[in-house]
Design a protein around this ligand. Structure first.
Ligand SMILES: C[S@@+](CC[C@H](N)C(=O)[O-])C[C@H]1O[C@@H](n2cnc3c(N)ncnc32)[C@H](O)[C@@H]1O
Length: 316
């Protein structure tokens, strides 16, 4: 789910707001007008000023490209293009929000995951690179050609929809307790032309009691309630129910493991992302619930970030 990184939340910069910089005294600021009398409004200069304020050229380019509805390479090919007043104000607002710490993904409304763009809003967790590792690992598992799969806590749908796109014959469900998160997953489902993926409002597997699965996959909330990281960086802006849970962050994982043991077909797999200090307790929970072939995998930094295991003989 989350590596608790702090993304550049520089608040309270002493530099003048962009609108003031872009519109030196005497320039017209009338709504909708195009400033075309000085070079202050050209793309290159706007980018330079915003880069200084954000201390990041890349972020300035992403925000300006988004404002203009273009991609970043367009900015290079059109560096002398003039920006209209409305465009400058819109760009300035994004820069201000970024300076207040808001994640880039929420500002531009999307994040790339496994080579595809996913829409995101403040109702869903921003997909993380470590979760791509979870997906990679799931794709390597020995599963039936028409595997029955459920992604528990689907959020933006990034895991469920990626699996469905990578394995068109799999029957994939995305489940989440949050209706607003499911609405975002639905938009992504339509954008990716993956309407065959089912989306279900459910507390873990509660609404799926009559189904059996070959693979249950989840990136659940696993930060301990009250953890100080929740007040830092991107996490301040993300939904609390996507991030934190009780029992030192393990309550939902424990409930999911117990429920999954009963919902998996013989030979079925459960694979869960967790915090880097939760490898041992999670493996014990798997063991206690009757799972075999338990494996904890490390990320690129060598930290244990996901555990998978198998139900050898169907339990119920
Ligand atoms: C860490 S986010 C993961 C989102 C997405 N799968 C991803 O990897 O980016 C956890 C998700 O679990 C959902 N969730 C929280 N409690 C839940 C519960 N009891 N049952 C189902 N989903 C839950 C949250 O709404 C959130 O979308």
């Amino acid at each position: 789910m989350v590596e608790q990184r702090t993304e550049n939340p520089r608040v309270g910069s002493s530099i003048l707001p962009l609108a003031t910089i872009f519109f030196p005294s005497g320039s017209s600021l009338s709504e909708g007008s195009v400033v075309n009398t000085d070079s202050d409004s050209d793309t290159q200069r706007c980018l330079r000023l915003a880069s200084q304020r954000l201390d990041s050229r890349l972020e300035a380019e992403i925000l300006l490209a988004h404002t203009l509805g273009r991609n970043r390479s367009w900015l290079y090919a059109h560096s002398t293009n003039r920006l209209g007043t409305a465009q400058m104000l819109a760009f300035n607002e994004l820069v201000e929000r970024r300076l207040a710490g808001e994640p880039i993904a929420y500002l531009v409304g999307k994040r790339e995951f496994f080579g595809r763009d996913f829409l995101v809003s403040k109702d869903v967790l921003i997909p993380r690179p470590e979760t791509e590792h979870l997906v990679e690992k799931a794709l390597e598992l020995p599963l039936p050609a028409r595997a029955r799969v459920v992604d528990v806590g689907t959020g933006s749908g990034c895991i469920a929809l990626t699996l469905a796109a990578e394995r068109p014959a799999w029957q994939v469900i995305g489940a989440d307790l949050s209706p607003p998160a499911l609405a975002v997953a639905d938009l992504n489902r339509r954008l990716l032309d993956l309407e065959r993926v089912e989306l279900i409002n459910s507390d873990l597997l509660a609404e799926l009691q009559d189904r059996k699965f070959d693979l249950i996959i989840s990136n659940p909330p696993y930060v301990a309630t009250g953890d100080p990281h929740l007040d830092q960086g991107d996490l301040r802006f993300e939904p609390a129910m996507a991030l934190a849970c009780d029992g030192n962050g393990l309550d939902l994982i424990k409930r999911l493991i117990e429920q999954a043991a009963k919902r998996l077909a013989s030979g079925g797999w459960l694979i869960i992302e967790h915090g880097h200090e939760q490898g041992e307790p999670v493996a014990k929970l798997f063991q206690h619930a009757g799972f075999g072939q338990i494996e904890t995998a490390t990320d690129l930094a060598g930290l244990p970030r996901l555990t998978l295991a198998r139900i050898i003989h169907e339990l119920a």
